[in-house]
Design a protein around this ligand. Structure first.
Ligand SMILES: [Zn+2]
Length: 323
């Protein structure tokens, strides 16, 4: 009897150790996310999107040595009226309508336990129903930021469409066989548009050259802008926003909400912009490509040139393999 108990305790402790040490790997494997999703009825794609959104924010914060964590306030976790905001007792937390739950079976709702955090957020998101509207409503209550709700929803839709979260492949926005040239002109002062610094990189190419998606993503924006002309904005699965401007025309298959993969044609190179809809020819034809990131509070642009170089090199290697 004692021996059995000891063996059982050993097995249990080994299991909990494996859960803790292989956390990152397990999460990336999607298995854990799917398990939690199944248990909580929250669609796995939304859970994966929340995880990716938070993981990305976390990486940006350069806290590489810390274990992953979700941003949950004490009040959200323990309940607004809970006299003990450090509470880890699932029963009192539930009583005070906090979201904290026990995800790993240790009878504690660990404020700093990542599995408990993930499970608790999943429980909260799926608690009112599993439709997109229900989840979006819960996302709104949780984050209280309209852009965050959209970003997570759009990332979830991409995960859903491809049935996977391994969608981080990127490519150069033009075919390498087309006729183009570019140099780093990020931040340069521009001839057009006043004194705004240049938030992107221009790739000069012939009229009609196909413009291709650089990523797996969701088309958040398509239409006319006085400066950008005919332009498209795509949210990728790493919470980056890819912006393609001055197009000659759009591909007929691309509309708001279209889910694209790298290489899908978005439109063609043109010289549209700097005037009312349809204005074109005020500068040589080129693709203006910009890339932005949303921090959870604000959006900022960063220099796409190193990425363009990297993606161009990758395509070059692919082509040389074909020779
Ligand atoms: Zn430009």
């Amino acid at each position: 009897m004692w021996k059995k108990c000891i063996v059982l305790i050993l097995i249990l402790s080994i299991q909990s150790i494996t859960i803790n040490t292989s956390f990152g790997a397990e999460l990336e494997s999607e298995q854990l996310l799917r398990k939690i999703a199944l248990k909580t009825k929250t669609p796995w794609s939304y859970l994966a999107a929340v995880y990716r959104f938070e993981q990305n924010r976390f990486k940006r914060a350069k806290q590489k040595n810390q274990s992953p964590t979700l941003h949950i306030s004490n009040e959200q976790w323990a309940g607004l009226w809970n006299p003990n905001l450090q509470d880890s007792n699932p029963d009192t937390i539930r009583y005070f309508q906090g979201i904290g739950r026990d995800g790993d079976g240790d009878q504690k709702a660990g404020r700093n336990n990542f599995l408990d955090q993930l499970y608790s957020v999943a429980r909260f998101l799926g608690s009112q129903g599993t439709s997109d509207d229900h989840i979006r409503h819960q996302l709104w209550l949780f984050y209280q930021h309209p852009v965050t709700v959209d970003v997570i929803t759009h990332m979830a839709k991409v995960f859903q469409k491809f049935g996977s979260t391994k969608l981080t492949t990127n490519r150069f926005p033009l075919s390498l066989q087309s006729h183009y040239s570019y140099r780093d002109n990020w931040g340069a002062s521009r001839g057009f548009g006043g004194r705004r610094s240049h938030e992107g990189n221009d790739i000069f190419a012939d009229y009609g050259t196909p413009v291709l998606s650089t990523c797996y993503g969701y088309v958040e924006l398509i239409g006319w802008n006085r400066f950008g002309g005919w332009r498209i904005g795509i949210r990728d699965t790493e919470n980056r926003y890819h912006y393609f401007a001055h197009l000659g025309k759009f591909s007929s298959k691309i509309t708001k909400g279209t889910i694209v993969k790298p290489g899908d044609q978005l439109g063609v190179v043109g010289s549209s912009g700097y005037g009312p809809p349809g204005t074109s020819g005020k500068f040589p034809p080129h693709l203006h490509y910009g890339i932005y990131r949303f921090t959870g509070k604000t959006t900022y642009a960063f220099d796409p040139f190193p990425l363009l170089k990297k993606w161009e090199l990758k395509e070059k290697k692919k082509l040389s393999h074909l020779d």
